[in-house]
Design a protein. Structure first.
Length: 296
């Protein structure tokens, strides 16, 4: 009679043939670092492992925005030397598969964010030819015919960061106006032209112009954001009617929530440039640039 050990080996071998090992997931954090006259874009795990170079910008071109798609292995970037944006896809090992340049309407992208589930993008942009600043949705078929929000006269107003809420029901937008001040507005898709302030400063040149929205799931609260005044990170709770007073979290800037909102990815200034941090742990030191994201 064959031994139990021999039979176990046969069963394990059969199982490995029927159910091949799953490939490791691509690192969920993307960050940039200047490298001579261009900028490199890396993927890395939250514990510092798995670092891989995904993309390098053209010569003398900076990367201004990095945003990761929650639903697939791709991300979007903007570059200082071009209008529009680029979509980069990669495989489970973090190896780049394609780079697609999207430059419709010759407009400058001010903010961009992937939808939580459907792969579309929400874009805040300035179109110089038509003298328009607006928020518009983009899909693989192009921009929607109608804008979600027209922000008014570019001579007196400006928009920048735009973020989907975690459930896709609304978006948040930074809107600055020389008369009314600086606002982080909540725009419901049911009535996007009637925003509600979740934060406000009468001086549009001061306060929070960079922020990230909490991730959302059935068991995770997503009605909060982390904002920065470039010195410290603050958290603001909000609902359909407004927002709370900012609560100081820690020193740092450009914070991004982890997928379950329990950790924070951010930059901490240092004598050597900047440090990329996860909570109190240094992930990467001596950074000389900063755009980053943590895939929801």
């Amino acid at each position: 009679m064959r031994s139990a050990t021999f039979i176990s080996r046969i069963l394990l071998a059969s199982a490995s043939l029927a159910f091949p090992a799953m490939a490791a997931a691509a690192p969920p954090i993307a960050y940039t670092n200047a490298a001579g006259s261009n900028v490199d874009l890396y993927l890395i795990n939250p514990n510092g492992s798995g670092k891989v170079l995904l993309y390098s910008s053209p010569n003398k071109s900076n990367i201004g925005i990095v945003d990761m798609d929650p639903a697939s292995n791709r991300l979007v970037i903007t570059e200082s030397a071009s209008k529009g944006f680029k979509i980069i896809t990669y495989n489970a090992a973090g190896v780049r598969q394609s780079v697609t340049a999207v430059n419709p309407d010759n407009c400058f992208v001010q903010g961009i964010d992937f939808h939580p589930t459907d792969g579309s993008l929400i874009v805040s942009r300035y179109c110089q030819a038509t003298n328009v600043i607006e928020v518009r949705r983009w899909t693989s078929a192009g921009y929607d015919a109608a804008a979600l929000f027209n922000a008014g006269d570019p001579q007196t107003s400006a928009i920048s960061v735009v973020r989907w809420l975690g459930d896709g029901s609304s978006f948040l937008l930074y809107y600055g106006n020389v008369t009314t001040g600086g606002h982080i507005q909540r725009h419901s898709l049911s009535n996007p032209s009637a925003p509600v302030d979740v934060w406000f400063n009468p001086d549009y040149t001061k306060g929070f112009q960079t922020f990230d929205v909490a991730r959302c799931s059935a068991s995770v609260d997503c009605s909060k954001l982390v904002a920065t005044d470039r010195l410290n990170l603050y958290e603001i709770d909000f609902d359909d009617f407004g927002g709370s007073d900012p609560v100081l979290l820690r020193a740092g800037n450009d914070g991004h929530y982890s997928p379950d909102n329990s950790q924070m990815l951010y930059l901490l200034p240092a004598r050597s440039g900047q440090q990329l941090m996860v909570d109190s742990t240094t992930l990467v030191s001596k950074l000389s640039t900063g755009p980053k994201d943590w895939r929801p």
